[in-house]
Design a protein around this ligand. Structure first.
Ligand code: NAD
Ligand code: PTL
Length: 481
């Protein structure tokens, strides 16, 4: 079967495919290492052209009625659903994630974002503020041109999560996918045009960090929305500050998942699996520090090891495969170095290990301590670190003892305790007796070093618009002289 996934051209500017004039960008299928497409980065001139095209197209798009803009997004969602099989296959080739995941999670989540914001569009209103005989009102207005910069783990979902609220508010966007997974965003650009989006409103440029940096500081760009690591977030936030640009920062994490003695064991184990091994562990919100209360610890580890042993790793295009390869060799090496550091520091390997080639198996450590690298650093791979705890105050203090604050989870049958603990955790997105579910209706994002702003839900609208206040005088104007 041919794995050729060569797009019409590398970039998408002003409504049409355009070949990149920069360095070559080889796209490889993580499972075999085979080249599936050869793209070219955008030159710096092409980044500027894309931003200019967006700036030129934005006023007419913003002048369309909200219901018309919403209709375009809703149509795009329907097209995605019609082509889900083909798009999911491409996502699997681009990322290496098992087809059984991409068929239900990636483009489908993108379609839900387009559908949600498309439906919300016409009901976004301002406020009326009575002021005696006078009054004031507010208008939610677009920011202008938004730059979107994506990570490689959920390339098409990230593109949709950023494009949907931005476009519905009347902004234009220039999106740069990760250089590791550049294919899905080009499909989104084509689909949006087919759904009726005017040329220039959504553009795609390709490239490594320097292309993202050029996008961040382009004179036409009013907002930068990044999904990526904390170090990149620091650089992008600082560069955006120079031009007083708005930012959304969806960054990394080292999130706690706390399992109390009274938790339902089977559900807690299932959640820990979803919180660590889905997408081969390459998920920002993963609960990679699993705090186990002393009474449930042994039973939890035994059951977890038993279930993890049954995982089916293999060809991501095989519908039976549950665990795929890591996105590239450099990332797999980074994960292996972390596993080695865990063993050297004295943590006990319950299951898994370094694996070989593109594969790192689901790996679980026990007897870890908070100061170990495996309990501190984001590994971004299938590595779960379990830590023992005794009481509530202690676990809350230890769970918060990190600079990150993306997500957190609590498993207990005592719901009073669940809400009390969640209220004390420093995290932007939390789950009680569940993990890693991110419905479009719920705001998603982090606190502390994990980020700023929120994606999904009506809350995202605030991050892709600005408020204009209008005071309306209804009487005579009095002046002192
Ligand atoms: N919070 C979230 O929603 C979320 C979602 C997915 C991934 N992530 C995080 O992303 C990271 C993994 O993804 P990654 O390795 O692709 O991240 P990364 O930070 O290496 O790269 C992210 C993007 O930023 C670009 N970039 C790099 N340097 C830049 C610069 N100076 N200016 C502008 N753009 C630049 C990259 O080309 C890429 O497109 C993890 O830390 C993960 O937790 C966060
Ligand atoms: C669970 C999907 C969240 C996206 C971050 O990697």
């Amino acid at each position: 079967m041919s794995l050729n996934a060569q797009p019409a051209a590398s970039l998408f500017i002003n409504g049409r495919p355009v070949e990149g004039e920069g360095d070559a960008l080889s796209v490889r299928y993580p499972y075999t290492g085979e080249e599936i497409a050869l793209l070219h980065e955008a030159s710096l001139d092409q980044v500027a052209q894309a931003c200019q095209a967006a700036a030129d197209a934005q006023p007419a798009w913003a002048a369309m009625s909200p219901v018309e803009r919403g209709r375009v997004l809703t149509r795009a969602a329907a097209i995605i659903r019609e082509r889900n099989d083909e798009l999911s296959r491409l996502e699997t080739l681009d990322t290496g994630k098992p087809i059984q995941e991409t068929l239900v999670a990636d483009w489908e989540s993108g379609a839900q974002a387009l559908e949600f914001f498309g439906g919300l569009s016409a009901s976004i209103t301002g406020q009326m503020i009575p002021l005696g005989q006078d009054w004031a009102y507010t208008r939610r207005e677009p920011l202008g041109v938004c730059a979107g910069i994506g990570a490689w783990n959920y390339p098409s979902q990230i593109a949709c999560w950023k494009a949907a609220p931005a476009l519905v508010m009347g902004n234009a966007m220039v999106f740069k996918p990760s250089e590791e997974t550049p294919l899905g965003a080009l499909k989104l650009a084509e689909i949006l045009i087919e759904a009726g989006l005017p040329a220039g409103v959504f553009n795609v440029v390709q490239g490594r960090g320097q292309v993202g940096a050029a996008l961040t500081t382009d004179a036409n760009v009013d907002k930068v929305s990044l999904t990526g690591s904390v170090p990149t977030g620091r650089r992008v936030y600082a560069a955006a500050a120079e031009g007083m640009r708005h930012v959304t920062m969806e960054l990394g994490g080292k999130s706690p998942l706390i399992v109390f003695d009274d938790a339902n064991l089977e559900n807690a184990v299932s959640a820990a699996i979803l919180a660590n091994f889905y997408s081969s562990g390459q998920i920002c919100s993963n609960g990679t520090r699993v705090f186990l209360q002393e009474g449930i610890r042994e039973a939890f580890l035994n059951r977890l090891a038993e279930r993890v042993r049954n995982v089916r790793a293999g060809d991501p295009l095989d519908p039976e495969t549950q665990h795929g390869p890591i996105v590239n060799a450099a990332q797999a090496d980074k994960i292996r170095a972390a596993i080695e550091a865990g063993e050297q520091a004295g943590a006990r390997l319950v299951c898994g290990g370094p694996g070989e080639g593109a594969f790192v198996p689901p790996t679980v450590f026990a007897d870890a301590t908070d100061d170990m690298l495996i309990a501190r650093d984001e590994i971004f791979g299938p590595v779960m670190t379990t830590l023992e705890f005794y009481d509530e105050d202690e676990v809350v203090r230890r769970a918060n003892g990190t600079g990150f604050g993306l997500a957190a989870g609590v498993f207990t049958q005592d719901l009073t305790r669940a809400h009390r603990v969640i209220s004390r955790l420093e995290a932007g997105t939390c789950w009680i007796n569940a993990y890693n579910l991110t419905p479009v209706e719920m705001p998603f994002g982090g606190v502390k070093l994990s980020g700023l702003g929120r994606e999904n839900s009506a809350a995202a609208i605030e991050h892709y618009s600005q408020l204009k206040s209008v005071y309306v005088g209804m009487g005579d104007v009095e002046a002192p002289y």
